[in-house]
Design a protein around this ligand. Structure first.
Ligand SMILES: N[C@H](CCC[C@H](N)C(=O)O)C(=O)O
Length: 260
């Protein structure tokens, strides 16, 4: 069978996106998803996203990591899916869609998508790191000389070490200005460093605010793949009105033969 797909990237976090409104994609075929994401034998991506019909909202997002398993929320993937829905004409300039962690509001202006993330009311502050869930679990740790840091080695150690079977995404951070940070992320389910991680940079912004490293409620984060802005409010110990803003671009589209 010929499968039509679209390739998107949001600050270098890249995704195979499929219009599955006819509900034909075999969602339980982990092997097929991993093959489509394979950078040598398939299309190549950090994850695969299905756009589906939804009776509660404009559309539904189903997210799979590159390992083929369905996963928790993907911030950059959510931004790319909004851009795709706009490209298809499913939405105009704003939307509410349904994802694994609930309903998300978003707006799209050109190739900039501004995505509302879930509220965060618990940030676990430890001696040298923080842990929080922004739709996906994230470890946040300040390091010196981030550019030279061995993200693969240290990220893998933490992901399989202190976070047990379910693991966590691991974010290493260097503060550049009061409201600006560089971030590199080891992503669970990709099992390697990605060029950016949307729920990850959101976690970094909130953890840096909670720990007093910044007093700003709009934080600029530079990743290998580009720049993202996270804005938020803190009321009574809870973070809300959290927005992840940045570019989301269609790179190419195509068809691929697969036995489904
Ligand atoms: N790898 C993550 C999901 C994708 C997160 C990332 N791509 C993002 O943009 O938020 C996890 O398994 O928790």
């Amino acid at each position: 069978m010929e499968l039509q797909f679209f390739k998107y990237q949001g600050t270098g976090n890249d995704f195979v996106i499929i219009d599955n409104r006819q509900d034909v994609f075999p969602k339980n075929n982990t092997k097929l998803v991993a093959e489509l994401c394979d950078r040598r034998f398939g299309i190549g991506a950090d994850g695969l996203i299905l756009l589906e019909n939804d009776n509660l909202s404009d559309f539904k997002m189903v997210y799979f990591n590159a390992d083929g398993a369905e996963s928790s929320m993907c911030g950059n993937g959510g931004r790319c899916l909004v851009a795709f829905a706009h490209y298809l004409g499913v939405i105009e300039k704003e939307t509410t869609f349904n994802a694994v962690d609930g309903l998300h509001h978003a707006t799209v202006e050109g190739d900039i998508v501004n995505l509302k993330m879930i509220d965060v009311d618990k940030i676990h502050e430890k001696q040298n790191h923080s842990f929080l869930d922004t739709g996906s679990p994230h470890h946040v740790q300040l390091v010196k000389e981030l550019k030279k840091f061995d993200v693969q080695k240290e990220g893998k150690k933490l992901r399989y070490g202190i976070y047990g079977e379910s693991g966590s995404n691991i974010n290493f951070v260097e503060q550049k200005q009061d409201n600006a940070f560089d971030v590199r992320t080891y992503e669970r389910g990709v099992e390697g460093e990605t060029f950016s991680c949307g729920t990850g940079v959101t976690a970094v912004a909130l953890a840096m605010h909670q720990s007093g490293k910044t007093a700003a409620n709009e934080v600029h984060i530079h990743t290998i793949g580009g720049d993202l802005t996270i804005s938020f409010e803190k009321k009574g110990g809870k973070y809300s009105n959290i927005f992840l803003k940045g570019p989301a671009t269609q790179v190419f589209k195509g068809t691929i033969a697969c036995s489904i």
